[in-house]
Design a protein around this ligand. Structure first.
Ligand SMILES: Cc1ncc(COP(=O)(O)O)c(C=O)c1O
Length: 480
């Protein structure tokens, strides 16, 4: 009994009382408030490499003061690398992470609701299913669609690929007979997913893209015909609604009609572009998305949620259930619910957090209007940036379809080297963060406007920064 009492006394430190909770919570909240209030003056990038001492950080038997912990995290982690909450982060495909979502996480973590199985928490599962159905309606899918809230676009794409594999009953010994069609700018997580789904030996056809970086349906059709004549079985077409390189949206309707004619599974990776469906411009641009069999959208991109928010939706919900549903003897206490599918029956996960609350809460607290406005604003800002940067003599690709502009400057001969030097110089300063890519062998800088905190002021500053570094570079070249 004494041993038990002693153990309980120590273990009870895991349950701080109201006052102790207030102390820890206040310290963390005060720190995050400071972080938020300093965002506009912080850099978007820093290569300080200050976190090395964390490698020597061990766990002691006694706990540490919360202020000392906060100090370590804030100085060794937060100031380093990309500041992904900053309105000056215009690299890759950012989103920012709205504040209200963090409260959803806080709430869901404290209640620790089990959102994997309907029986364990019917309300959490229903709320997530309702959220997914709302997204399915945005896409134009029927109410028989099903989906899953994932940790991001990569897992979401993998989930769609597994569903399609099971739905078309692909057998291991036949994999090499099947073909899949990707665009030249399809995100690499799709080919990675193929390997993870055991489909790595499938023939991957990369279809050519036009001057606007869109997949060319006529070439696609021809390739399918050639493959059929060669005895292959065309299995899946993956179109993009917003490529990572350029933000290109493939001709979704034309590809969809072809997929239907040929009875090929049609998947759309709309991880970046998906939530632009909340705008009129986006609706027009993504016209035909409803023809797809499956779609991926990333709330941590165009719905401005924090990292860890993805979604996959399958038009024929039953095929998702058939792909993932399983049972075990320890599940004998509950009957499966036929109306409200459990996430565990539609995904790779069993135990999962109540991920939906972080997405549902911001939509309820703010309403849809600010999300639509932010997306429309970003679309206009992208056009604004494109016009301004072009006017400053930079070479650009076509006007942005969504919110990415690719550009480079020309001076002398080795333009790839020159633009590499330009992005390096911009990143070293860190005021803004931009990334780069290579398009048909040409090195280009890309600027993606998607953080909800990016407004005209931030874009104007970005233009000034780019111009300043370009002029500096030209001066060093002339002086040399
Ligand atoms: C078009 C596209 N698809 C898929 C992904 C992968 O998503 P995640 O990073 O959430 O796994 C990305 C990531 O940027 C993307 O831009």
């Amino acid at each position: 009994m004494k041993q038990l009492e002693k153990l309980a006394r120590i273990a009870k430190q895991l349950e701080p009382n109201t006052q102790q909770r207030l102390l820890i919570r206040d310290a963390v909240v005060q720190h995050t408030e400071k972080f938020l209030n300093s965002l506009y003056t912080r850099t978007a990038y820093a290569a300080l490499n200050k976190s090395e001492s964390l490698l020597n950080e061990n766990f002691d038997e006694e706990g540490e003061n919360v202020h000392s912990i906060i100090s370590k995290v804030s100085t060794q982690i937060e100031l380093d690398g990309i500041n992904a909450a900053s309105g000056f982060d215009m690299g890759y495909v950012p989103g920012g992470g709205v504040y209200s979502a963090s409260l959803g996480d806080y709430w869901a973590d404290i209640t620790n609701l089990y959102a994997g199985i309907f029986y364990a928490n019917p309300g959490a599962v229903r709320l997530e299913n309702k959220l997914i159905l709302w997204m399915a309606e945005l896409v134009g899918y029927p109410s028989t669609a099903c989906g899953n809230l994932t940790s991001g676009g990569s897992i979401a794409n993998l989930t769609a690929i597994i569903t399609a594999r099971e739905s078309r009953q692909l057998k291991a010994q036949d994999i090499a007979k099947y073909t899949i069609y990707l665009g030249e700018q399809t995100h690499h997580c799709v080919s990675k997913a193929l390997k993870m789904a055991g489909l790595g030996e499938m023939l991957i056809r990369y279809i050519g893209i036009d001057a606007e970086s869109k997949m060319m349906p006529l070439i696609l059709e021809k390739q399918i015909q050639i493959d059929e004549e060669m005895g292959f079985i065309p299995w899946m077409i993956v179109a993009s609604a917003g490529t990572t390189d350029t933000g290109a949206v493939d001709p979704l309707r034309m590809i969809g009609e072809l997929a239907q004619r040929k009875n090929i599974w049609y998947h759309i990776d709309a991880a970046y572009g998906g939530f632009f469906l909340l705008t009129q411009t986006g609706k027009k641009l993504l016209e035909g998305i409803e023809l797809s069999d499956s779609v991926v959208m990333d709330p941590h991109k165009s719905l401005f949620m924090p990292y860890g928010s993805g979604v996959v939706i399958i038009k024929n919900g039953n095929s998702m259930k058939e792909a993932f549903s399983d049972t075990a003897h320890y599940f004998q206490d509950f009957e499966p619910n036929e109306l409200d599918f459990s996430p565990a029956d539609l995904s790779i996960e069993l135990t999962k957090p109540f991920r939906g609350l972080r997405m549902w809460l911001p939509l309820k607290i703010h309403g849809l209007a600010p999300f639509r406005a932010a997306l429309d604003e970003k679309l206009i800002l992208a056009q604004y940036f494109y016009t301004q940067i072009k006017a400053k003599g930079f070479e650009t690709s076509n006007p942005p379809q969504l919110t990415i502009t690719t550009f480079r400057f020309k001076f002398g001969r080795d333009e790839n080297k020159l633009n590499k030097a330009l992005i390096k110089s911009i990143q070293e300063e860190g005021k803004i963060y931009l990334s780069s890519t290579t398009l048909k062998g040409i090195f280009v800088i890309r600027l993606c406007i998607l953080v909800f905190r990016t407004h005209k002021r931030e874009v104007d500053i970005a233009i000034e920064v780019i111009e300043k570094h370009k002029n500096r570079l030209i001066k060093t070249l002339i002086d040399a």
